[in-house]
Design a protein around this ligand. Structure first.
Ligand code: PAF
Length: 283
């Protein structure tokens, strides 16, 4: 029988609830989310459940990672459905703070991540983003004090940034990446896919198809620059405005010329109409 998770909205209530979960030294996993949960989030929760005895999910649409021109106001919020999905997974606790509980009046501290956060990928197009993510995730880690935290590989640069931050700041949390969950046609699941019109939705899987084809060409030993340029052209021809299609070192996110130079990750960001999609695959 699914059990309704406990929902807490203040830091003192969270601390009491997490202390109770930790009784008899139970291990705790945190899955940070902004809600609008889909099967990709459910797979994060399931991985958390396999790796720890208690699962806490945070649902907080974090204003500090959105630029004023972005979709903070219209970001999908589906609270009732989210709680039902988490109840079905027997999640013990939902941390759902008000903005004021996270950022009380007078809040004046921000984490400024470097390294993977300044790799020239998402940070080039969303300069505010990783400061906002690092600050809120740093707070979530110190509020919940989980043993492990699960993040999707879909936001690959974000995964690298929070992994680096947890290590650099000795936060005592092991960050674990979870494989991207895809629709049957290859489109990576994302809360923002609901913004796509039916025509855009038909075109959207092109991103994954082009990345797979281009990665196969690189594995076959083709010239990196030529294969990447053709991949970029195919994405543009399909109707996207391309922000970037790049291959990077899978750990440092530094530019990398060929597979001989280390593990490679291909990352893409492109806009279809007003919707911006990101994705990545291992090469
Ligand atoms: O990936 C997300 O949903 C958000 O960036 C996160 C990690 C929950 C921080 O707000």
């Amino acid at each position: 029988m699914p059990r309704n998770p406990t929902v807490v909205r203040t830091v003192p209530a969270l601390r009491r609830a997490v202390d109770a979960l930790r009784a008899r030294k139970a291990t705790v996993a945190l899955v940070p989310t902004m809600g609008a949960l889909h099967d990709g989030h459910v797979s994060l929760v399931r991985l958390a459940r396999r790796r720890a005895q208690r699962v806490v999910v945070s649902i907080f649409v974090n204003p500090t990672q959105f630029a004023p021109t972005e979709d903070f106001g219209s970001y999908p919020r589906t609270w009732k459905e989210d709680v039902a999905k988490l109840a079905a997974e027997n999640v013990e606790l939902i941390w759902h703070p008000e903005v004021k509980a996270m950022y009380p009046d007078g809040f004046a501290t921000r984490i400024v991540p470097e390294g993977p956060a300044t790799a020239g990928l998402e940070d080039r197009f969303r300069p505010h983003f990783f400061g906002g993510v690092a600050t809120v995730v740093g707070k979530l880690f110190t509020q919940v004090r989980p043993d492990i935290a699960i993040f999707g590989e879909k936001d690959f640069q974000q995964l690298r940034v929070v992994t680096q931050m947890a290590a650099d700041l000795d936060l005592g949390v092991k960050v674990i990446g979870s494989k991207t969950v895809r629709e049957r046609d290859g489109l990576a699941m994302s809360s923002r896919n609901v913004y796509l019109s039916p025509d855009e939705r038909r075109v959207a899987p092109t991103l994954n198809r082009v990345m797979k084809d281009t990665a196969a060409r690189l594995r076959a030993g083709e010239d990196t620059a030529a294969a990447m340029a053709e991949g970029a052209a195919a994405i543009t021809q399909a109707g996207f405005v391309l922000d970037y299609l790049e291959v990077r070192h899978a750990t440092t996110l530094a530019p990398i010329g060929s597979l001989k130079d280390g593990p490679m990750r291909m990352l893409v960001a492109a806009r279809l109409g007003t919707t911006r999609l990101i994705d990545n695959i291992a090469v």
